[in-house]
Design a protein around this ligand. Structure first.
Ligand SMILES: Cc1cc2nc3c(=O)[nH]c(=O)nc-3n(C[C@H](O)[C@H](O)[C@H](O)COP(=O)(O)OP(=O)(O)OC[C@H]3O[C@@H](n4cnc5c(N)ncnc54)[C@H](O)[C@@H]3O)c2cc1C
Length: 253
């Protein structure tokens, strides 16, 4: 596929109405929205949907949201973080109610997806709500029960800002092949003995498998975070072609 074909393919994915089945508060700034699609061809972990809001005067706003649920589920879960003065995220977090109709299209994206047949260890690196598509990969891996070694290095402001924390803790507790590492950038509890501060080269080197194991990397979060993690991984000697990235917001966001 060429860059010219990509927008054409995207426009062929038709808009549809999903019905909101549930809304789950994940943290004080994040909610998950569970949608019942009218039709769904299935998706790969890592793909996203576009959401389109239309105001009474016809004004439209369109944004992308990663799918957090695994392919095995019929309902689609999106996880949305509040962006201050954000047009679409504010609506989704403050106005949207169970039973509402939401216009969306998808699944979209074929590059930032994980396919278990690759059979390489996976190292997932998340900044904030960038954990969403990585959660779809971990949920899929759990559903398949494949013993593919995996690690998640997850950077959040504080313990309370960690999305899906209970589920992640339970996953890593019950799975010897999965490591979950939190890095808290702002505040940690007094007895916190995990990583404090930003994800750095030492933390990455310790939790990203040996080069000989040919790990695959999926890095997702704000643009600045993704760029800094990718360049550290390249500096550590990992193959740039094995590092897949998805940027959620503007540089420095
Ligand atoms: C492929 C893809 C998948 C995405 N998946 C998710 C997801 O799963 N969950 C999720 O919450 N978001 C996700 N996003 C981001 C999402 O599409 C919106 O950009 C985000 O919700 C902000 O939209 P808004 O209308 O609320 O803010 P806007 O009205 O567009 O922006 C308001 C202000 O905030 C700034 N801003 C916009 N986005 C960000 C950001 N992410 N971080 C910091 N500042 C920002 C803008 O520059 C502007 O100054 C994804 C983006 C992409 C490209």
């Amino acid at each position: 596929m060429t860059a010219i074909d990509a927008p054409r393919l995207r426009s062929r994915i038709e808009w549809q109405i999903g019905r909101v089945q549930a809304i789950v508060a994940e943290t004080s700034r994040v909610k998950s929205i569970v949608l019942q699609p009218a039709r769904w061809p299935g998706h790969q972990p890592g793909q996203h949907v576009d959401i389109r809001l239309t105001a009474d005067d016809g004004y439209r706003a369109e944004r992308s949201y990663s799918i957090a649920s695994p392919p095995s589920e019929q309902l689609i879960t999106l996880t949305v973080e509040r962006i201050e003065d954000g047009e679409v995220s504010s609506y989704l977090l403050d106005e949207l109610q169970i039973g509402d109709a939401l216009e969306f299209r998808g699944p979209i994206g074929g590059y930032f997806t994980w396919n278990q047949t690759a059979n390489h260890p996976i190292c997932l690196v998340a900044g904030g709500s960038g954990v969403t598509p990585l959660m779809a990969m971990l949920r899929h891996r759990r559903a398949l029960r494949v013993p593919i070694p995996a690690s998640l290095i997850y950077s959040a402001r504080s313990l309370d800002d960690i999305i899906y924390r209970d589920e992640l803790d339970a996953m890593s507790y019950s799975d010897a092949d999965l490591r979950v590492i939190y890095a808290l950038t702002r505040e940690g509890p007094r007895d916190w003995n995990g990583h404090k501060g930003r994800v750095d080269e030492v933390l990455l080197a310790k939790n990203s498998f040996a080069r000989e194991e040919d790990p695959l990397f999926f890095v997702c979060g704000p643009a600045g975070f993704v760029e800094s993690i990718s360049s550290m991984l390249v500096k550590l000697g990992f193959d740039p072609l094995a590092i897949k990235t998805e940027r959620f917001g503007p540089s420095g966001g």
